[in-house]
Write a protein of this length. Structure first.
Length: 343
């Protein structure tokens, strides 16, 4: 069996989880790159085997996918291309191979009722972290806990103690596939997150050695202290890494770059904290989803319905933290303690 046939089999299993069957329409959004072509070919083969009608929309790449990694692109390969958007809106499932996250184009496609799956990670990562219905069940338990909560607080031994007020916006539950019209997910994944009320985050976050900063794809080597007032970072302190981080955020010349975005925790027990060391090709989903991490994020909240559209987005998976919802402990020192969510 060839590598393409193996990958097609993996896609067939993924599409089955997404509820794809005979007569459904599956679209791939591709930039035509050599790497993306393998993904789209395997997807087309798998969709055809399931009796679906697949097609590909190929667009010119917008720079590199690194622009997507930093989050909230102000332009995507679909910007100003209504014909391509309309074609994708006819599909039951759109597989995003270019990165539309935080974009109005993604919103327009989802609003049409099409469901969407983002897929960028290396094939071995997709294989190791292949989603399961049990993972979905545990993620949905976490989603319900967030839906019922009004206050989230998290701490760590390095000095973090920060409080989020919740309730104005929706939630993000990622379990690696989607079978619900208008719903987005990311293969692979396994975490839940909420967006705080705007201006309603107070406290201090201290990044500890070993925490991970995206889009840098780097592990923190020394403590970095972020003081937060009124939902914005007002002070960044530490050594040279803090200075680099401060300079990076300042380079956007955007007050909203200092805003606090979503907060959540990882639930994928198959994901590895050390994944970036093992495979630098990764876009970081494994690091974002590893079991018991707290994912602290800054920048845009538009994906949740907020007003922050900043192009500066930091995702920072933090290890060894404790997290509470309305004083109920959810994560203790990096371990999930709610029985229904335990791996």
């Amino acid at each position: 069996m060839t590598a393409l046939e193996d990958f097609s089999g993996l896609w067939r299993d993924e599409l089955a989880l997404c509820g794809i069957s005979e007569g459904d329409v599956v679209a791939a959004l591709s930039d035509g790159s050599k790497t993306t072509q393998l993904y789209e070919q395997a997807l087309l083969m798998a969709a055809h085997e399931l009796g679906a009608s697949p097609f590909v929309v190929t667009v010119l790449p917008l720079g590199t996918k690194d622009s997507g990694e930093s989050g909230s692109p102000t332009r995507t390969p679909l910007t100003g291309n209504p014909g391509a958007i309309e074609a994708l809106q006819t599909a039951d499932l759109v597989v995003d191979l270019v990165f539309l996250l935080f974009s109005p184009e993604q919103t327009a496609i989802l609003d049409s009722g099409a469901r969407m799956l983002l897929c960028l990670e290396p094939i071995d990562c997709l294989t190791r972290l292949f989603p399961t219905r049990e993972q979905r069940r545990r993620v949905e338990v976490g989603e319900q806990l967030l839906a019922d909560a009004k206050v989230l607080r998290f701490t760590n031994p390095a000095g973090t103690d920060v409080t989020y007020q919740l309730g104005d916006f929706g939630f993000l539950a990622e379990y690696g596939y989607t079978d619900i019209p208008g719903r987005w997910d990311h293969w692979p994944s396994g975490f839940v997150a909420a967006c705080p009320n705007e201006g309603a985050v107070e406290g201090r976050v201290v990044l500890a050695p070993g925490d991970i900063i995206f889009p840098f794809k780097s592990y923190v080597k020394e403590p970095i202290s972020l003081q937060i007032e009124g939902g914005h970072i007002v002070d960044i302190r530490g050594g040279y890494e803090a200075d680099l981080l401060s300079d990076f955020v300042a380079s956007f010349e955007d007050e909203d770059a200092y805003g606090i975005s979503h907060i959540g925790w990882g639930l994928n027990e198959k994901a590895r904290w050390s994944s970036l060391l093992a495979d630098p090709r990764s876009y970081g989903m494994e690091a974002r989803a590893f079991y018991g991490n707290v994912l602290f994020s800054t920048g845009p909240n538009s994906e949740f319905g907020g007003t922050n559209f900043s192009a500066c987005h930091l995702d920072i998976p933090m290890h060894g933290c404790s997290l509470f919802l309305d004083d109920e402990q959810i994560v203790c020192d990096g371990d999930v303690v709610i029985d229904d969510m335990k791996a």
